[in-house]
Ligand binder design. Sequence first.
Ligand SMILES: NC(=O)c1ccc[n+]([C@@H]2O[C@H](COP(=O)([O-])OP(=O)(O)OC[C@H]3O[C@@H](n4cnc5c(N)ncnc54)[C@H](OP(=O)(O)O)[C@@H]3O)[C@@H](O)[C@H]2O)c1
Length: 240
Amino acid sequence: MFRDLTGITVAITGASAGIGAASARALVAEGANVVLGARRVERLEELGTELGDKAAIVEMDVRAPADSKRLVDTAVERFGKLDAIVVNAGIGAYGGIMDLTDDQLATMMDTNIAGTVWPIRAAVPSFLESGEGDIVIVASVAGLRGAGDEAVYAATKFAQVGLAGGLDRELREKNIRVSTLAPGGTATEFAMGAGRTPDMPGLKDMMNAEDVAAAVVTVLRQPRSMRTLMWSMRSIEEAD
Ligand SMILES: NC(=O)c1ccc[n+]([C@@H]2O[C@H](COP(=O)([O-])OP(=O)(O)OC[C@H]3O[C@@H](n4cnc5c(N)ncnc54)[C@H](OP(=O)(O)O)[C@@H]3O)[C@@H](O)[C@H]2O)c1
């Protein structure tokens, strides 16, 4: 029997675009409250206005631990309790190991790895206090098998998968579920100008942000007596 998400509160990193924004819309449609985190505050304000009372926004950078703490504090102050966090913010830049700049690689590693750890560390005390919680990490198929021309991006996604495996062992007994989603290509702003272009041929065969958002909802709707560990998904059209 699926859980009813009415009234639960979910914090989402990377909520200003793509999968994060779609997840926010899908969760509010299920009756959840959402706390939207990202750097582009105008985008968050726009989405916040669209979603109304059920949404709060927090301008934040996932690379800063204090920002993640503000995200969680806002959830508790505004809605009374945090029930789940969707750790979704991430960036990708395509290119061989020698093609990308030091700065591109450092930013990608900091955003995707540290930017996964800080929001989780901020959320766990809140989950321990209330006796239950959900961590949903948006990783990638690139984090399951590597990917040519995006080796460092794939490494950051492997890091998320490894983190999730360890956290499941650490937190399951505390009634905190750790789920990893591993989407294939998804047509968003992701990697635009850094390996993808709006008119690139493969884009039309990819999943949409809403497809992944539906998986976020489905994972959270599983009865609390079970947990989803890994959900890998790809568009039917997308070749290997
Ligand atoms: N699109 C794909 O093909 C695909 C496939 C598999 C997995 N994924 C993963 O899915 C996740 C979401 O990607 P997407 O496709 O939705 O991309 P997107 O449309 O580019 O959205 C990325 C989101 O991350 C946020 N973000 C980036 N850096 C941030 C930072 N330092 N602090 C806070 N927020 C930050 C962005 O917001 P601001 O710029 O406003 O901060 C934006 O909201 C990523 O982890 C990505 O690796 C994507």
